[in-house]
Design a protein around this ligand. Structure first.
Ligand code: BMA
Length: 765
């Protein structure tokens, strides 16, 4: 097999629609893989769609038609076959080579192969791919099939394209078109390896199933052990070590080579069992027979133009999860199937992957051609992803079964299809056929017992959204959930991120440009309502920014502590959301510049292996480590010796009133006597000094009074600067040093004062 990537010489040209005169008749250099937006941006023809209020003025791009063209030289190399292979076309397109129409396509999520045997000619060949407006096509489908319930304006469920590309409650509407994944010419003789799927368990046997395009057998080899056959073979590797999630062990991976006489492919295999215990309403993921408490985050496409993603960007974002003590990422159904690099890195790092099939927040028609498109894209996705040991669960859809039940879709649907056939029949059948043994759940949230409401916290998966939307965050404590697969609370991005994108003058919490980057329904009001029971009204925009970031972190820390205190009844908490795709007020822990918000530091401590949690009149000591915990815990004024076995927790009585529980090797917890807004924190509260170091600066704080949730924001002085910790609480007399990394010369005085150094206390200055 010879594969030649077609990355060179591409241009893109507008072919109709509402195209401004300065873009008409231009052959614009195009990056492939890429999309029109990024080509127009690179050519200087549009401003950055993610900055200021450009989103609306650039909406025409998604209404226009576009043609991508390139030429390439070809000479016969003796191969029996050749094909044009498109790993991703976004979305509705006609593909021509040398004037011959190879096919018309309409699914961003599929891989397309077109036979080139009678099409290629010696010398120069031309490829021309004509894209329609995906939005126009989706609207036409909505007219043809009749509208269905959905929670955002555009008919994203009418076309097989990443749903959030039409706009979401954290992301812009930038309807893209283009060759968003690799495009290549493959030539081969004999038998081609079309797909390889591996399932390898704790019995140290790998079942390797191979789809061959052509006659004959294949040979598979792992660590010197070989098997030959057709269809499926087993290879036993008795010496193999098991693969574990990072919270539970190592991640040994073994090279697998699959060969035919004329083709060869390689991938890496990890041996592990995965199962979900559903008894008595549990949703308990176990790996190699060990139950795993899931500390996870929901993952959205990290860029509205995912073709810009690189292995390094995936690495940075996955490190955000790993460094925050997480062991699972859920690839959410309104996004995309991520690139191979994402799953490979999760394999290597022991980050379990929960993969949604790509359905979210709408009724999805089951009529043709959509049904067949879903079957085809799902087959492609399973073939590509299923061999990764990190993949622990397939999920049918995000929220659709819940919304069907709770938002009373039935009357609006009036008998029309809504996607149930996908979640309950097509998808589980394909999983059974192609990836049998991997857990499948039809929906998140979901109740195993269908006489329960889908979002019943006592049965399997729950999404907790009434807190952000309607209730104070202390309401998290009223939940006794088995497994929370979504819960979140908003906050603004880092100051440097916000001020580079938002040009309201002056900056205001209700500024028109800021509102473009706040997509949540009534989001600014919910932020204000969420703050009011805890902190005073912010005096200005600077204080609004800090107070709402702080409240976001405190809300989610509160929730996670509560959920973890319920383990093992509760078996997981997957926070909404790890990442952002543009500068936004959102639920993210890491903003679109990669800056870790106060929430990120709160997640790291709340997800630590060992944490002390004050739960009413008890202290819960959680030890989710592989070693027993034996330590001395300060519970208020008392020093208590505690011994907690591995992977378990201990409850002890707690005194009333203000209480700080802390000790070596364990995350502390503080209960104030009342909410700060009712019982103001002391101010001034500390003294601070800054000193240059080899890598930047050290900022040392000495508390004169109890100082709550100290954070340092060096990005305000240098957007590239980072700090090693945040959300730090100090007792009177205690000291703490922040380590700042920066290549710039920073103002040492600024590092020790508001707004760079902040605490909950200073909201009472
Ligand atoms: C849930 C998610 C997303 C959404 C989030 C915040 O519905 O599945 O659709 O972004 O809540 O509203």
């Amino acid at each position: 097999m010879n594969r030649r990537e077609l990355t060179e010489g591409w241009t893109v040209r507008a072919a109709g629609g509402p195209v401004p005169t300065e873009v008409e008749d231009l052959d614009i250099p195009a990056t492939v893989p890429g999309v029109v937006h990024t080509d127009l941006l690179a050519a200087g023809l549009i401003p950055d769609p993610l900055v200021s209020d450009h989103e609306a003025e650039l909406f025409w791009i998604g209404r226009a038609r576009w043609v991508y063209t390139t030429t390439f030289d070809w000479s016969p190399d003796g191969s029996e076959h050749s094909a044009l292979v498109c790993d991703g076309l976004d979305t509705v397109a006609a593909v021509h080579v040398n004037g011959v129409l190879l096919g018309s396509v309409s699914n961003q999520l599929r891989v397309y192969r077109f036979d080139l045997n009678d099409v290629l000619q010696p010398g120069t060949n031309t490829i021309r791919i004509e894209f329609e407006s995906a939005l126009d096509v989706a609207e036409a489908e909505a007219r043809r099939l009749g509208p269905r319930p959905k929670i955002y304006p555009h008919p994203f469920a009418m076309i097989r394209k990443s749903a959030c590309n039409f706009g979401w409650d954290w992301g812009p509407s930038v309807v893209t078109a283009g060759i968003w994944r690799a495009i290549a010419i493959e030539s081969w003789s004999g038998t081609r390896i079309a797909a390889v799927r591996v399932s390898a368990g704790s019995d140290r046997t790998a079942t390797i199933s191979v789809d061959l395009d052509g006659p004959g057998d294949f040979t598979a080899t792992i660590a010197g052990h070989t098997a030959t056959g057709r269809g499926e073979v087993d290879i036993s590797v008795p010496e193999a070590e098991l693969w574990w999630p990072r919270s539970h062990g190592n991640q040994p991976l073994y090279g697998l080579v699959v060969e035919t006489e004329t083709d060869r492919t390689e991938l890496r295999v990890g041996f592990r069992d995965v199962a979900i215990d559903s008894s008595d309403g549990a949703f308990a993921i176990s790996v190699n027979g060990e139950p795993i408490y899931v500390r996870g985050a929901n993952w959205i496409p990290d860029d509205p133009f995912p073709s810009r993603m690189t292995p390094a960007r995936y690495a940075a974002r996955i490190a955000d999860a790993v460094d925050a003590n997480m062991n699972l990422l859920r690839v959410w159904g309104g996004g995309i199937y991520e690139s191979d690099s994402f799953y490979q890195q999760c394999d290597e790092l022991g980050v379990m992957v929960w993969q949604d099939f790509l359905f979210a927040c709408a009724a999805y028609p089951e009529e043709q051609p959509l049904w067949d498109e879903v079957a085809a894209e799902t087959t492609d996705a399973i073939n590509r992803i299923a061999s990764h040991p990190s993949l622990v669960v397939w999920n049918g859809a995000n929220e659709n079964i819940w919304e069907h039940a709770d938002l009373d879709w039935s009357s609006e649907l009036d008998g029309k299809t809504w996607g149930e056939g996908y979640y309950l029949r097509l998808l589980p059948e394909l999983v059974e056929q192609l990836d049998s043994g991997r857990p499948y759940v039809p929906n998140s949230p979901f109740s195993w017992d269908t006489s329960h409401a889908p979002n019943d916290p006592a049965d399997a998966l729950v999404h907790i959204w009434d807190v952000w939307n309607e209730k104070d965050y202390t309401h998290y404590a009223s939940y006794q959930p088995r497994f929370v697969s979504e819960f979140g609370f908003q906050g603004p991005p880092a100051w440097s991120t916000l001020t580079r994108a938002i040009d309201d003058d002056p900056l205001r919490a209700d500024g028109p440009v800021l509102m473009v980057h706040q997509k949540a329904d009534d989001g600014q009001r919910k932020l204000a309502d969420g703050l009011r029971p805890h902190f005073p009204e912010p005096r200005d925009f600077q204080d609004w920014h800090w107070a709402t970031q702080l409240n976001q972190a405190r809300a989610i820390r509160f929730a996670i502590r509560h959920f973890r205190s319920l383990a093992p009844y509760n078996q997981g908490a997957i926070v909404w959301q790890l990442n952002d795709c543009w500068p936004a007020v959102s639920w993210a822990a890491v903003d679109s510049s990669g800056i870790r918000k106060p929430l990120w530091f709160a997640l790291r401590s709340a997800f630590a292996d060992r944490i002390a949690i004050i739960d009413g009149d008890e202290v819960v000591v959680v030890n989710d480590a592989s070693q027993p915990l034996a330590t001395q815990l300060n519970i208020g004024d008392e020093l208590v010796t505690v011994a907690v076995p591995a992977r378990s927790s201990l409850r002890m009585p707690a005194p009333g009133g203000e209480l700080l529980v802390h000790g070596p090797d364990i995350q502390s917890d503080l209960r104030l006597i009342a909410e700060p807004v009712d019982e103001p924190l002391s101010w001034p509260a500390y003294s601070a000094t800054a000193h240059p170091t080899d890598q930047g600066y050290d900022v040392t704080i000495i508390a004169d009074h109890l100082t709550v949730d100290l954070c340092l924001f060096p990005d305000r002085l240098d957007p590239a600067a980072t700090v090693h910790d945040g959300m730090i609480t100090l007792r009177q007399g205690e000291r703490f040093t922040f380590h700042v990394r920066s290549d710039a010369e920073l103002d040492a005085a600024a590092l020790t004062t508001i707004p760079v150094l902040r605490s909950a206390n200073d909201l009472f200055r």
